[in-house]
Ligand binder design. Structure first.
Ligand code: BES
Ligand code: ZN
Length: 442
């Protein structure tokens, strides 16, 4: 195994699950590993404490007269459950053919580690870089980056840069250079329905008292109409419609409906009428149930009316929806549809706005040239359905656009069992970093 790959495997072994407090020390150790890696390459690196997980800032010695490139990534990962559906242990990276299986392999350890190695290679070969580089790698992206936005505001000088580069998005297919010029935003909430004061016999009381699980289902059903449109009043008020050039460009990509069916294994498609799968995924807002619970979940049956039930929702947002406003509208809708026989409790969660940039700006064009060098052919220009909440904050606070040069393949299984990253893309990522820094210097 190459030294690069061996180091990458060591990085993947840290179970840096940011949402799970039992892994707090693992997240920190993972950050320390990365900081040490940066120091060994000759970068100045500091792990900054936050009320949550630490933020790594590592930089080359700044030289005047050259642009400064901020490279953002995250070393935290999503939980691994259901762990029984993994073919190999999630934190024991396993190479099968060209694929490295591990939680975080693609999202996002492999993608930003490739950038680090690109810088290491360039420094080894030339003793210098074509631009100044600052790595900003956080440990809380998967929980909405709660401490990074304030950190940006208090470290504006430290992070002063000309442009940001991020590999944390997808490619439309193997070897096809892909530049993402927009991301959906996100807004999360959780609600609980309280009914009777204790669990009840469903025969003795059923039919005469509200069943919280039924009410949660009815409330969830109220979120969409039969056309797949969201029924929360005001939800679409600020939505910027897709432009015709975008719809045409995406229509020229390989069939998104077929790809969506194939990638997901779903028996059929479902979504907002009047839009293709790619438009639904990249350019239209959604309301999703991410979790639902209530009543008896164990083996066999239990004739019970549970005293409470809950659901976790997230909304994916597009320009110019305001996440906080959407949360208020959603909470008001939930309150209004909850029947008086129950009590609803709504807890608002994390959020981040959508992002769009101009892919034809000078930096955007430089990024496209770098993609062509690392892969080959004209880059495809897409938006993505996923969210990277800090990207708009980087724009607002540091005043710079982010070049989203993703290396995630359609079958990389991020957030799912058997997440994987190809050695091919890991190596392409190293070349992409080198080409990008050269193109940005020019
Ligand atoms: N890398 C993803 C975002 C992503 C995935 C963008 C695929 C484009 C294509 C990122 O790590 C992620 O999962 N973000 C979360 C953010 C949330 C937890 C605040 C997401 O989108 O769910
Ligand atoms: Zn993720």
């Amino acid at each position: 195994m190459s030294p690069h790959l061996a180091e990458f495997f060591d990085f993947l072994r840290f179970p840096s699950i940011s949402t799970d407090s039992r892994h707090r020390d693992d997240v920190r150790r993972c950050g320390e590993f990365l900081a040490n890696k940066c120091r060994s390459m000759g970068l100045g690196a500091e792990l900054h404490e936050t009320p949550g997980h630490p933020i790594l800032v590592a930089r080359s010695t700044p030289k005047p007269g050259r642009p400064t490139v901020l490279i953002y990534g995250h070393y935290d990962v999503q939980p691994v459950d259901p762990v029984s559906e993994w073919a190999t242990p999630p934190f024991e990276p396993t190479l099968v053919g060209d694929k490295i299986y591990a939680r975080g392999a693609t999202d996002n350890k492999g993608q930003h580690f490739a950038h680090l190695l690109g810088v290491e290679e360039t420094l080894k070969a030339h003793g210098d870089l074509p631009v100044n580089v600052i790595f900003l790698i956080e440990g809380e992206e998967e929980i909405g980056s709660p401490n990074l936005a304030p950190f940006l505001a208090t470290h504006r000088d430290l992070l002063k840069s000309d442009v940001c580069a991020v590999s944390d998005t997808g490619m439309i297919g193997p070897g096809i250079p892909t530049m993402t010029y927009g991301l959906r935003g996100i807004a999360c909430l959780e609600f609980k329905i309280h009914g009777p004061v204790r669990d009840l016999h469903s025969g003795v009381y059923g039919g005469a008292v509200p069943n919280p699980a039924t009410m949660v289902s009815r409330i969830i059903a109220s979120l969409h109409d039969d056309q797949g449109r969201i029924r929360i009043p005001g939800f679409y008020d600020r939505v910027v419609p897709l432009e015709s050039w975008e719809r045409e460009m995406w229509a020229s990509l390989p069939d998104g409906d077929a790809a969506t069916l194939e990638e997901t294994g779903a028996p059929g498609l479902w979504g907002e009428a009047g839009y293709t799968s790619l438009e639904r995924r990249w350019g239209r807002p959604t309301a999703e149930v991410n979790g639902i619970g209530g009543g008896y979940q164990g083996e066999g049956s239990k004739t019970v009316i549970g005293r409470e039930a809950m659901a976790k929702l997230s909304f994916r947002l597009v320009p110019d929806q305001n996440p906080q406003e959407i949360l208020e509208l959603a909470a008001a809708h939930l309150q209004s549809v909850c029947p008086p026989s129950c009590r609803i409790e709504v807890e608002l969660g994390h959020w981040g706005p959508a992002y769009v940039m101009d892919p034809h700006s000078p930096y955007g064009k430089a990024a496209q040239r770098a993609l062509t060098r690392a892969f080959s052919g004209e880059p495809r220009l897409i938006r993505e359905g996923g969210s990277i909440p800090i990207i708009q904050a980087i724009k607002d606070t540091l005043g710079v656009d982010s070049l989203l040069l993703g290396l995630a393949l359609p079958d990389c299984q991020i957030h799912s069992p058997n997440e994987n990253f190809t050695v091919t893309n890991f190596e392409a990522g190293i070349r992409l970093n080198q080409a990008l820094l050269e193109e940005l210097a020019g």
